[in-house]
Design a binder for this molecule. Structure first.
Ligand SMILES: [Zn+2]
Length: 363
């Protein structure tokens, strides 16, 4: 009884409240924009949709992403971020790892008791859910380079924070085998491998972290520096021999904030041939509107050039977004209005992300 209330009452209520859409669709764009957008390769580098236990095959009136809405939004590739530990955050400038609010969510979504308290089990269980989704829906999983060319909607699994490895280097292989092809060094707090932007000490890479960079590159896992401390970001960029991503974030030029990128960091990412995904939430863009998102994109393009900017919505990441996945064609229209060419808009929509993944993914 209690479990039913949690699953069908509390969880949907929480999901609806915390993954709000500020302006509900349908969203109007011109026919020419829509046909251009649908033909383009559109990639979003970050959505936490797996966390909520929603059946993503069905269209929901809550949250921001499911397969029908990805289709309406013309999305070709969705990177699914996997969250495995969320401490209570009283202040964002010093988050420690000694609390965890996820047990209730994993219990409420009727996941196995193994996942209730263990980040690695949560990572493996969400990977299994993703594999089942791919089996039972038109979504295909991206595991190797060739998978990027499969027609239809594709999903790539990404881990938010190496704390899920439990300090064991060998867990990297386990996660790779489970389908992970992108890994963020840190999430909200400092871990055994790297410091976090919101962490207590915000250190750079540890010795373990330094040793994992070449191993991740050799496996074909893309390194994600979203949430990394400035020191970890700098160190990872100096060690990386493959392009990195900052899957979801903002730029200090339009929105100051501890996790948003400075012009100097943007230059380093461009030098690495990496790509930053501009997010759709308050702390990433300050002005949570289509206009605010476009301003951040245009600013980042101005600093890095056109080849290093993409999308990283953070849909379903406990954020309020100005539109859900079906609203992405509006972004295309707004970028054209800013004077970007068709070629440039294609790069921002997904061309740049595709280039980086095609370089990094295993053959
Ligand atoms: Zn995140």
């Amino acid at each position: 009884m209690t479990l039913c209330v949690l699953r069908f009452g509390v969880l949907p209520h929480f999901d609806r409240k915390h993954n709000a859409v500020l302006v509900p669709g349908p969203y109007a764009v011109s026919d020419s924009t829509r046909s251009f957008h649908n033909a383009a390769f559109v990639a979003d580098m970050h959505a936490d949709s797996l966390l909520w236990g929603r059946d993503l095959r069905k269209r929901h009136s809550r949250g921001q992403v499911d397969l029908p809405r990805l289709r309406d939004g013309g999305v070709d590739l969705q990177v699914f971020g996997v969250v495995t530990k969320v401490p209570r955050r009283r202040r964002l400038d010093s988050v420690s790892d000694d609390t965890d609010i996820l047990p209730l969510l994993f219990i409420a979504s009727w996941r196995s008791p193994a996942t209730w308290f263990k980040p690695k089990e949560r990572a493996l269980s969400q990977a299994r859910e993703m594999a089942r989704l791919a089996e039972k829906s038109p979504l295909s999983l991206v595991l190797s380079r060739g998978d990027l060319s499969i027609a239809g909607i594709k999903g790539l699994l990404a881990l938010e924070g190496m704390h899920a490895l439990g300090g064991e280097e060998e867990a990297l292989i386990e996660l790779y085998s489970a389908g992970y092809r992108m890994i963020g060094l840190a999430h909200f707090f400092d871990n055994e491998f790297a410091g976090a932007a919101y962490g207590v000490d915000k250190y750079g890479l540890t010795e373990l972290g330094r040793s994992l960079i070449p191993r991740m590159e050799a496996l074909g896992i893309t390194i994600d520096l979203a949430h990394a401390s400035p020191a970890a970001l700098e160190e990872a960029l100096s060690l990386a021999t493959k392009p990195i991503v900052v899957s979801h974030g903002g730029v200090k030029g339009t929105c100051p904030g501890p996790r948003n990128l400075s012009d100097a960091q943007l230059h380093s990412i461009a030098e690495n041939d990496g790509v930053i995904g501009i997010g759709f939430w308050k702390r990433a863009v300050c002005d949570v509107s289509l206009k605010g998102i476009v301003a951040a994109i245009v600013y980042a393009v101005k600093v890095t050039g056109i080849d290093h900017v993409g999308l990283g919505s953070d849909f379903d990441g406990k954020i309020a977004s100005p539109f859900d996945a079906t609203g992405l064609p509006m972004l295309t229209e707004a970028l054209f209005a800013e004077g970007l060419s068709k070629e440039d808009v294609s790069k921002v929509l997904g061309g740049n992300v595709r280039r980086v993944l095609a370089t990094n993914l295993p053959e």
